[in-house]
Write a protein that binds this ligand. Structure first.
Ligand SMILES: *Cc1c(COP(=O)(O)O)cnc(C)c1O
Length: 401
């Protein structure tokens, strides 16, 4: 038998392929997903809307957490709401036989075939979608959620048009059951100084008064802030951001107020330290300038990991909160692609390898709410969670291995 002339016995070794012989750790950054926190948060939603069935809104890959990774946490919901057909396929592949709702309905006529095949319920928000249904060949009539535009002015039919849409759908053999839904624009706050949802609740009640069918109104903010209001009670509520442990009305209320727990921790490590003297600056643009001696830590996390580049760290402000070894401190200087910098002046024991919590659960049992980081950076928790970059290794807490 010919060995091919290689000493290893025929298998050609590539001397540059170190992965075959040397084991190595990835860069010291990781996201940790906490499915138990999601289960807990969904129980909080149920407490606020005890009579309603609960949609777990898992669009955008479960708000960046990963549908498969959060799966054990969302199983307690009554249905899965999302908008990407590929995500609906994944949910069925996970073995979910319960309701799945496409929050924007179908985007083109042939999507209806998948709805028939996988028994997906879908929103109907425009005349075109009704037309597509009317030409759809199926033996399996669909359950649809007819969407009213009660004031958000994105998707849905306004009052009178809603009634004719309902009548058209009701006449279609392709349609089995028609439910009614709307979406609030200001459930997290006041609107023009008054109750944020009253005008939409009123418009919805008026337009749907004598129409039969189940109702779905509330998002996270409405579940928590208005869930007890009689007019807002519905057959289905839609729990999105609250499931992931962020307060939908931050900073009016924080996650602790609503008894929510973070479903994602983003953590990394210090990879270098520097001693600064008065007048020294930090990072690109020298946005931070030391006024006296200080110690800083360089952290393996940057905007290419999903950390917001706009998180402030300039000399003129308090920086962005961060935990180092579980102790609260602040960022200094601009966030760059792969690194950010933290103030270690009050943390003399911190050095290379010290754990840094960008948001979520700290190593000492304390929390850094993603809402605080988002606010400092001028954005929302939604954006930060959804922006977790693909290069960040993800671990699921409680998972084996
Ligand atoms: C995303 C979405 C929700 C969930 O919103 P949250 O604020 O995250 O609770 C509810 N309803 C619809 C129609 C949505 O698109």
């Amino acid at each position: 038998m010919r060995s091919g002339g290689h000493p290893a016995g025929g298998r050609k070794e590539n001397p540059l392929d170190a992965s075959a012989t040397i084991s190595f750790m990835p860069r010291p950054i990781a996201a940790l997903i906490h499915p138990d926190a999601i289960a807990h948060n969904l129980r909080q939603a149920r407490r606020q809307a005890p009579d309603a069935r609960l949609w777990a809104v898992i669009k955008a890959n479960a708000y960046g957490h990963g549908i498969e990774r959060v799966w054990s946490g969302v199983l307690g919901a009554d249905g899965m709401a999302l908008l990407d057909l590929a995500e609906a396929v994944r949910v069925r592949a996970l073995g979910w036989r319960g309701p799945v709702l496409l929050l924007e309905g179908v985007f083109e006529p042939r999507d209806l075939e998948l709805c028939s095949r996988l028994n997906l319920w879908h929103v109907v928000h425009c005349d075109e979608q009704i037309g597509w249904l009317a030409s759809h060949k199926t033996h399996q009539p669909h359950r649809v959620f007819l969407k009213m535009n009660s004031g958000m002015n994105r998707l849905g039919f306004r009052g009178p048009a809603l009634r004719s849409a309902w009548a058209r759908l009701n006449a279609l053999p392709q349609v089995d059951e028609i439910s009614l839904m709307t979406h609030f624009s200001d459930a997290d706050a006041l609107r023009f100084g008054a109750d944020g949802i009253a005008h939409q609740v009123e418009a919805f009640a008026e337009a749907t008064r004598d129409l039969p069918g189940e109702r779905s109104l509330s998002n996270s903010a409405a579940i928590l802030r208005h869930g007890q209001q009689l007019e807002v009670r519905a057959d289905w509520v839609r729990s999105g951001i609250l499931s992931y442990g962020s307060a939908p009305d931050y900073p009016t209320h924080d996650a602790a107020h609503w008894q929510l727990l973070p479903a994602m921790t983003l953590r990394s490590q210090v990879i270098a330290t520097q001693e600064l003297m008065a007048g020294d600056s930090v990072g690109y643009g020298s946005a931070f300038r030391a006024t006296g001696p200080m110690r800083i830590g360089i952290v393996a996390c940057g905007y290419a990991d999903g950390y917001p580049r706009h998180a402030p760290g300039g000399s003129d402000g308090p920086g962005t909160p961060v935990l180092v070894d579980g102790v609260r401190t602040r960022t200094v200087g601009r966030v760059s692609m792969d690194m950010l910098v933290v103030d270690l002046t009050a943390l003399p024991q911190a050095g290379i390898g010290t754990e840094v919590t960008l948001w979520g659960h700290g190593p000492r049992g304390n929390l850094l709410p993603v809402d605080e980081v988002a606010r400092a950076a001028g954005t929302l928790s939604y954006e930060l969670l959804c922006a977790l970059a693909a290069r960040v290794p993800v671990q699921v807490q409680g998972a084996e291995g």
